[in-house]
Design a protein around this ligand. Structure first.
Ligand SMILES: [Zn+2]
Ligand SMILES: [Zn+2]
Length: 233
């Protein structure tokens, strides 16, 4: 079922976001036809629901301020790299600001734009490469309103703190359960993230039953707060 709740109009940026696809859309009818397999009647109802919204073309949408809170409707933030160089050329000190989700593209960027060669180091796992790379770019979390290649424009979002993230996702999971089917995929997304987080802390238990991991993580942190964890180590 795909009702109005599958979309969200964000007035601040004048974008209509499809929650299912985690991106802003321009041209709702076309998007519904191509990606949602809806009947004509369903499409008409949705078009009517959003006909008064001012939806801007991709090129006119303004980006959120760097390090704003992530926009939930766009799905989980992606890992990316931010160029640390200044834009250079004539001694300017403005930040370059180039962002890419691809390490290879970032490497190409610094080679071409900042004339910094990283290729002489043998492999990306070499310590020297890592140290050098750390000065050239840094990891960031990003989102983009649009996912069509030519309209992709990444903006940096705040990284959620682990504790908040866990709590938020637990609440999200409960809500998901109550609301049922439609949010299944979103719920899975949050679940996967949390599982990844937990498995990094509880590496040995990576393949155990997820509920057991939840329980043990909760217990471990509760006990840690009371000092139990330290005493028994
Ligand atoms: Zn969609
Ligand atoms: Zn750059």
């Amino acid at each position: 079922m795909q009702g109005e709740s599958a979309f969200a109009y964000i007035a601040l940026y004048s974008v209509l976001v499809c929650r299912k696809h985690g991106c802003a859309i321009y041209g709702l009818d076309e998007h519904l036809k191509r990606h949602h397999h809806m009947s004509a009647a369903e499409r008409r109802a949705l078009l009517a629901a959003y006909k008064d919204c001012n939806v801007l073309p991709p090129a006119e949408v303004t980006q959120p301020m760097p390090c704003s809170a992530p926009i939930d409707e766009l799905g989980p933030a992606q890992d990316a790299f931010l160029c640390s160089s200044s834009s250079g050329g004539g001694g300017g000190s403005a930040a370059c600001g180039f962002i890419s989700t691809s390490r290879a593209k970032m490497q190409q960027h610094v080679n071409q734009q900042h004339h910094t060669k990283l290729t002489r180091w043998s492999s990306p796992t070499a310590t020297l490469y890592r140290d050098h790379a750390a000065q050239l770019w840094r990891p960031v979390k990003v989102q983009t309103f649009f996912r069509k290649r030519r309209y992709i424009c990444y903006f940096i979002v705040q990284e959620e703190e682990q504790e908040e993230q866990q709590q938020g996702e637990e609440q999200g999971e409960q809500q998901g359960r109550e609301q049922g089917g439609q949010h299944e995929s979103e719920r899975q997304g949050g679940y996967q993230q949390r599982l990844a987080l937990l498995s990094s802390t509880l590496g040995a238990l990576k393949r155990e039953d997820s509920k057991a991991i939840d329980r043990m993580a909760a217990e471990a942190s509760a006990k840690d707060r009371t000092g139990w964890f330290k005493r028994t180590q």
